[in-house]
Design a protein around this ligand. Structure first.
Ligand code: FDP
Length: 340
């Protein structure tokens, strides 16, 4: 199939057809997974359209509320969160959802059928960049329900990354892209707004084993552990043989920084620091989905102590330190920052 999709006529491969054909290859496939993706795709198109006209549609600025993380809620956060829920809840594929913006698991209203999947999402990643026209994105991951009975909930949400069936993001950048994996490579689709469809533009994305870019918020340097400081200093120290110094790039939207890392390689990190003891990024809505996408593209993701995919969550909004990107760059990072 990969040979087939490498053919130049990309307009032949919509996201829907790509997923549908792959699912048909699974014996016993019911089409539910494909339907769930249709809903995610619709949510992405709606959010993209609103992001494009946010300043005109009165959607910039704060709501005046704070979320479960104690962060100021933006109007676009609320719009994106509601859009994700409304697009998915009635479809009958999902039994429970969880959102970075909502304290507890989001049940499916009893008037709708419940399916066998669990959806985790960060409706709009990169809040501080919403109002300044810098790339932002939606991140999601799909698990299979593990609980039995009539009350799916927290237990279904607290699954390690290694149990994800699929993960992806929609980046609202200079173009809108839907990038996903269902465990068979990482693939990117670009929205053609004139047609209203995502078309395959980046089949089987592969990171180089080593990149030339590091991406970290250096404003936090004084808060870092000395090991992290030394690692970053090492990245900046010239050494022709190993390609150093690396260039620095930091957008401050994880989706955008990770999209660049997927395309060009290198390493993105948000370490633990004196203020954020477990780092800043959320395991279930950010780190684990990105870890699956990057690993399927030949890269690695670590907390510095263990593989991100192996972390068993104990809380819905748990945070983890993160080192993610090209394989050799992440191995270098882990070797230098690891405590144990
Ligand atoms: P934001 O708070 O703006 O939503 O998930 C949080 C996140 O953005 C990531 O997208 C981003 O990588 C990171 O935080 C940026 O944090 P800093 O501003 O502390 O660098």
């Amino acid at each position: 199939m990969v040979d087939e999709i490498r053919k130049p006529d990309r307009y032949g491969w919509t996201l829907e057809r790509f997923i549908g054909e792959r699912q048909r290859a699974f014996p016993g496939a019911t089409g539910e997974f494909t339907q769930l993706f249709q809903q995610l795709e619709l949510a992405g198109k709606i959010i993209s359209s609103r992001v494009n006209q946010a300043g005109l549609a009165g959607l910039l600025g704060l709501t005046g509320d704070t979320n479960v993380q104690g962060e100021a809620v933006q109007k676009m956060d609320v719009f994106a969160n509601n859009t994700m829920i409304q697009c998915v809840e009635a479809g009958g594929q999902v039994c429970v959802m969880a959102s970075e913006e909502v304290d507890d698991p989001i049940p499916i209203p009893t008037r709708y059928p419940r399916g066998r999947y669990v959806l985790m999402f960060d409706p709009l990643d990169g809040s501080t960049n919403i109002d300044v026209n810098i790339s932002i994105g939606t991140i999601f991951s799909v698990h299979k329900r593990v609980s039995e009975g009539d009350d799916p909930g927290l237990r279904d949400c607290l699954q390690p990354g290694s149990k994800q069936l699929a993960a992806g993001y929609i980046i609202y950048g200079s173009s809108c892209m839907f990038v996903f994996t269902s465990g068979d490579g990482t693939h990117g689709f670009t929205l053609d707004p004139s047609v209203g469809e995502f078309f395959l533009s980046h089949p089987d994305i592969k990171l180089p084993d080593r990149g030339k870019i590091y991406s970290i918020n250096e404003g936090n340097e004084q808060l870092w552990d000395p090991r992290v400081r030394d690692w970053v200093k090492w990245l900046k120290t010239p050494d022709k043989a190993s390609g150093r110094p690396y260039s620095s790039r930091y957008i401050g939207t994880m989706v955008a920084d990770l999209h660049r890392t997927l395309m060009k390689g290198g390493v993105f990190a948000y370490p633990a620091d004196a203020k954020n003891k477990n780092g800043k990024l959320r395991l279930l809505y950010e780190a684990a989905p990105m870890a699956m996408l990057v690993q399927q593209a030949g890269g690695l993701a670590s907390t510095g102590e263990q593989a991100v995919m192996d972390v068993v969550p104990t809380e819905l909004h748990q945070r983890v330190p993160l080192y993610i990107g090209s394989k050799l760059d992440v191995l270098d990072a882990v070797e230098r920052v690891r405590k144990s």
